[in-house]
Write a protein that binds this ligand. Structure first.
Ligand code: 3HC
Ligand code: NAI
Length: 724
C-alpha cells in the first residue's frame, strides 16, 4: 500500500507482477496486507486498486494451479474483504482486467476503466470457471443473459461495451489513475451498501426458467464434450436460485471439480504450449529482414481461395498489399471476392471500412503486372498446387524482386527445396502454409528448406505475429506436419467405410470426440477433387496408372479407390451437391446421409469380396486417432518438428482438434503410450498391408523407456534439426 500523494486520503494498492500482473501467492498476500493496513489507518478515507505498467491484472497465476492446494491462497475471501471494506474502494482498470483480475474489480465499490481496456472472465478457455465469486457477482451487476454470455464464452469485451452493460461506472480517455483518485475522493463518506454487489438481487427475467433451458441447450450444443461451459452455466444458474453465500459455495464446488479435471490440465498445457512455440522461434534470429513488416509493401500472386483470405488477413493487419493475378478475368473475380470479405470484416470492427482503409490504393491494389514486384519486401505466392507452375513463378520472382525480398510459397505439401531450386536465392525461400479460410484460421505453418536462413524464418514468424496468427516452424517433407499427420487419419476413415462403416458413423464418432467436423464432412467441404488431382499427379489413379494395377493395392500397400470412384461420378462434395453426403443443391451446406452412397458401398464391398462387419465407435476412434498420432512420433523422430507441443499447437489451431484434449500428442500421453502402442500393434497385425498402422520406432522406444512424461520425450532422441 502506498499513498497517492503525501497528504492524500486515498491509499493506492498496486498489483505488481510483470508482465501481466498475474495474481500469484505473493501478490495476493500483498493485496490482503495492503487492504488490512488501509482499513486500520484512520487517515485513509478511500482505497484505489490499480495494476503496474498500464495493466490491471490477467487473473490468477495459471502456473500456480499445478502446485499443491496448501501452497495456494484463495482469491474469493480477498474479494469479499475488498467488498466489505468500510472505506470506498475504486478499481482503476487499464489494459486488461481478466479472470481473477476482473473478480477483484467486481469486489470494488466503483470501477473506472480506460477506453482501451479489455475485460473478461476467460477461465472457461483454460477449462475452469470464475472461482472467486465472479459467477455470483457478475449476474447481479449486468444481468443473467450478459453474464452468462461472458462467462460461458470467456470473450474479452472492450471498455465501451463494458460501460453499456453497466460493468464499469465510467470510462476515461486520459489518465485513468488520476481519474480514479478523483472518483475516490468524491465518494468518500457516501453509503457503501448499494455498491456491494453481494447484497444486490439478481435482476429478474420475464421467464427465467425458459431462458435458462434454452441457454443450457445452446451451451451443450457448442461444448461437444467440453465440460467447463456447462459448469459455468450451472454456477450462474445457482446465482438465480440461491442467496449469495450459497451460490458461492456452489461455485467453489464446481470450480474444484474443474480444477482437478484432465480437461483443465489439457487446456492449460495448450495455453503455455502456444506461447512457448512462438517464443522459441521468434528468438531464432536477432532481427527480421531489414525494412520489412508493416512498413513496406507486401505482395502475393494468385487470388484464388487462399489468396483472397491471405490478402484480407494482410489488410486487416494494416500491411500494404499488391495483389497479382494471371489475367484480368481472374483479377476481377479475385478483387470482388476480397472486397466482399473486407466489407464483412469491416462491419465487425469499430470504425468500419475507414479503419481498414482498403479503398485506398496505397493500402491495397490489384494488378496483372509482374514488374510491380520489383520493389516489394515480401511475396506470398498462392497459385495452383502445381510444382511446374510454382517453379516457373519462383524463377521469375527471383529475377524481378529486389535482393532482400523474402519469397514465401503457400503450398499444402510440395517440396520447398525444389521450389527454391528455381531461384538464385534459396536462403530467402520459405513455406508459409495458411489454412482456409486464411483470414479466420489462426495457424500458419512455416516450413524451412535446406537453405532457408534463420533470418528468413524469424521474418516469417514476425509475419505470423503481425497477422495475429500462431506461427509454427517445421521441416520440409511431403505434407509438412499437419497434412502429413492427416493423411493416415483420412486413410483409416476410408478403410473403415470399405470394411462396413458409413460416413455419418465415422464423422459422428470423431465429432463426439470433439472435432469440429468429421473427416467426410470436411472432405465434402474442401472438395474431393483436390485430393483426386493430387493422387492423379502422384500416379495413384487416372490415365498414368499402369494397366493391370490391382484396384485396392498400390506399391504393395492397401489403397482405397473409393474417393476416386466418387470423383469419377462427379461427386466433388458440397460444390456439386453430392459427395460422401447429399446436399439440398450444388453449394448447399446441410449434409444428409445419402441412400445412393450406402448402396454404392455395399455393391463395392460385394464386388471386392469384402465381408461387411459392424465397426464400433471405439475402433473408429482408435484407428483414426492412433494412426495420426503414430505419424506424429515419426515426425518427431525425423526432426521435422522440434517438440510434441508444436504438433499439438498445429492440430488445435489448424485442424479443429478439440482443445480440451490438449492436442494429439498430449492426448496420447493421457491415454498412455503403452495403450497406444498395444492398439497399433493389434490393428497392424489385422491389417499388415497398411504401413501407417505399424508402430513408429520412437513410440516403441518411449514405451520401453517406461512411458516418460511428454516434457521428456525429446531427450530420448539423439538427433535434432539444427534449425529448430
Ligand atoms: N498466469 C500466469 N502467466 C500468465 C497469465 C496468467 N494468468 N497470463 C499470461 N501469462 C504469461 C504468459 O504465459 C506469457 O508468459 P511468457 O512470456 O513466459 O511466455 C506472458 O504472461 C505474456 O502473455 P502473452 O504472451 O499471452 O501476452 P499477450 O499480451 O499476447 O496476452 C493476455 C496477454 C491477454 C493476458 C493473455 O496472456 C491471456 O489471455 N492470459 C490468460 C488470462 C486468463 O485466462 N485469466 C484467467 C486466469 S484463471 C483465474 O483467474 C481463476 C480465478 O477465477 C480464480
Ligand atoms: P485456387 O485454384 O483457388 O487459386 C489459385 C489462383 O492462382 C487462381 O486464382 C489462379 O488464377 C492463380 N494463378 C494461377 N497461375 C497464376 C500466375 N501465373 N500468376 C498469378 N496467378 C496465378 O487455389 P487455392 O485453393 O487458393 O490454392 C492455392 C495454393 O494454396 C495451392 O498451392 C494449395 O495447395 C494451397 N492451399 C490450399 C488450401 C485450401 O484449402 N484451398 C489450404 C492451404 C493451402
Amino acid at each position: 500500500m502506498e499513498r497517492y500523494a503525501r497528504s492524500s486520503a486515498v491509499a493506492v494498492i498496486r498489483l505488481r507482477n510483470p508482465p501481466v500482473n498475474a495474481l500469484s501467492v505473493e501478490v495476493l498476500q500483498a493485496l490482503e496486507d495492503g487492504l488490512k493496513k488501509a482499513e486500520a489507518d484512520p487517515s485513509v478515507k478511500a482505497i484505489m486498486i490499480c495494476g503496474e505498467n498500464g495493466k490491471f491484472s490477467a487473473g490468477a497465476d495459471i502456473r500456480g494451479f499445478s502446485t499443491p492446494k496448501r501452497h495456494r491462497v484463495a482469491l474469493g475471501p480477498i474479494v469479499s474483504l475488498i467488498e466489505s471494506s468500510e472505506k470506498p474502494v475504486v478499481a482503476a482498470i487499464e489494459g486488461i482486467a481478466l479472470g481473477g483480475g476482473l473478480e477483484v474489480a467486481l469486489g470494488c465499490h466503483y470501477r473506472l476503466a480506460h477506453v482501451k481496456a479489455q475485460m473478461g472472465l476467460p477461465e472457461v478457455t483454460i477449462g475452469l470457471l470464475p472461482g472467486a465469486e465472479g459467477t455470483q457477482r457478475l449476474p447481479r451487476l449486468i444481468g443473467v443473459p450478459a453474464a452468462l454470455d461472458m462467462i460461458t464464452t470467456g470473450k474479452h469485451i472492450p471498455a465501451t461495451e463494458a460501460l453499456k452493460l453497466g460493468l464499469v461506472d465510467e470510462i476515461v480517455e486520459e489518465n485513468t489513475i488520476e481519474a480514479a483518485i478523483r472518483l475516490a475522493n468524491k465518494v468518500i463518506g457516501q453509503p457503501l451498501g448499494p455498491r456491494r454487489l453481494s447484497l444486490k438481487p439478481v435482476p429478474k427475467l420475464p421467464n427465467t426458467d425458459a431462458f435458462l433451458r434454452e441457454a443450457l441447450a445452446k451451451v451443450k450444443k457448442q461444448a461437444r464434450g467440453f465440460l467447463a461451459p456447462e459448469l459455468c452455466f450451472q454456477a450462474v444458474k445457482a446465482a438465480t436460485e440461491r442467496p449469495f453465500a450459497e451460490g458461492v459455495r456452489r461455485e467453489r464446488e464446481l470450480f474444484q471439480r474443474l480444477l482437478s479435471s484432465e480437461q483443465a490440465r489439457a487446456l492449460q498445457y495448450a495455453f503455455f504450449a502456444e506461447r512457448a512455440v512462438s517464443r522459441d522461434h521468434l528468438s531464432l534470429a536477432p532481427s527480421p529482414l531489414p525494412g520489412t513488416l508493416l512498413s513496406d509493401v507486401y505482395i502475393y500472386t494468385g487470388l484464388g481461395t487462399m489468396g483472397q483470405g491471405i490478402a484480407t488477413s494482410l489488410v486487416k493487419a494494416k500491411i500494404p498489399v499488391v495483389a497479382l493475378e494471371q489475367d484480368l478475368e481472374y483479377l476481377n473475380k479475385g478483387r470482388k471476392a476480397v472486397m466482399g470479405l473486407l466489407e464483412r470484416e469491416a462491419m465487425k470492427m469499430e470504425g468500419g471500412a475507414q479503419t481498414l482503409d482498403f479503398h485506398n490504393p496505397a493500402r491495397l491494389q490489384f494488378t496483372v503486372d509482374f514488374d510491380l514486384l520489383s520493389d516489394v519486401d515480401l511475396v506470398i505466392e498462392a497459385v495452383f498446387e502445381d510444382m511446374a507452375l510454382k517453379k516457373e513463378i519462383f524463377h521469375k520472382l527471383s529475377k524481378i524482386c529486389k535482393p532482400g525480398a523474402l519469397l514465401c510459397t503457400n503450398t499444402s505439401a510440395l517440396n520447398i527445396d525444389e521450389i527454391a531450386s528455381a531461384t538464385s536465392r534459396p536462403q530467402q525461400v520459405i513455406g508459409t502454409h495458411f489454412f482456409s479460410p486464411a483470414h479466420v484460421m489462426r495457424l500458419l505453418e512455416i516450413i524451412y528448406g535446406r537453405h532457408t536462413s534463420p533470418t528468413a524464418i524469424a521474418t516469417a514468424m514476425q509475419l505470423a505475429k503481425a497477422l495475429k496468427k500462431v506461427g509454427v516452424v517445421v521441416g520440409n517433407c511431403f505434407g509438412f506436419v499437419g497434412n502429413r499427420m492427416m493423411f493416415p487419419y483420412v486413410e483409416q476413415a476410408v478403410f473403415l467405410l470399405e470394411e462396413g462403416s458409413r460416413p455419418e458413423a465415422v464423422d459422428q464418432a470423431l465429432e463426439d470426440f470433439g472435432f469440429k467436423i468429421g473427416p467426410f464432412r470436411m472432405s465434402d467441404l474442401a472438395g474431393l477433387d483436390v485430393g483426386w488431382r493430387s493422387r492423379k499427379g502422384q500416379g495413384l489413379t487416372g490415365p498414368s496408372l499402369p494397366a493391370g494395377t490391382a484396384a485396392r493395392q498400390r506399391h504393395g500397400q492397401r489403397y482405397s479407390p473409393l474417393p476416386d470412384l466418387l470423383c469419377e461420378r462427379g461427386r466433388f462434395g458440397q460444390k456439386t451437391g453430392k459427395g460422401w453426403y447429399q446436399y439440398e443443391k450444388a453449394g448447399g451446406r446441410t449434409a444428409v446421409p445419402d441412400p445412393w452412397l450406402h448402396s454404392f458401398l455395399s455393391q463395392y464391398r460385394d464386388s471386392h469380396g469384402i465381408k461387411t462387419r459392424y465397426i464400433d465407435q471405439e475402433e473408429i476412434l482408435e484407428r483414426c486417432l492412433f494412426s495420426l498420432i503414430n505419424e506424429g512420433f515419426a515426425i518427431l523422430a525425423e526432426g521435422i518438428a522440434s517438440a510434441p507441443e508444436h504438433l499439438d499447437v498445429i492440430y488445435i489451431n489448424g485442424y479443429g482438434w478439440p482443445k480440451h484434449r490438449g492436442g494429439p500428442m498430449f492426448y496420447a500421453s493421457t491415454v498412455g503410450l503403452p495403450h497406444v502402442l498395444a492398439k497399433l500393434q493389434k490393428y497392424s497385425e489385422a491389417h499388415p498391408d497398411v504401413p501407417k498402422l505399424r508402430p513408429s520406432a520412437f513410440l516403441k522406444k518411449l514405451v520401453a523407456a517406461g512411458n516418460p512424461p511428454l516434457k521428456e520425450w525429446m531427450s530420448y532422441l539423439s538427433r535434432q534439426s539444427p534449425k529448430l
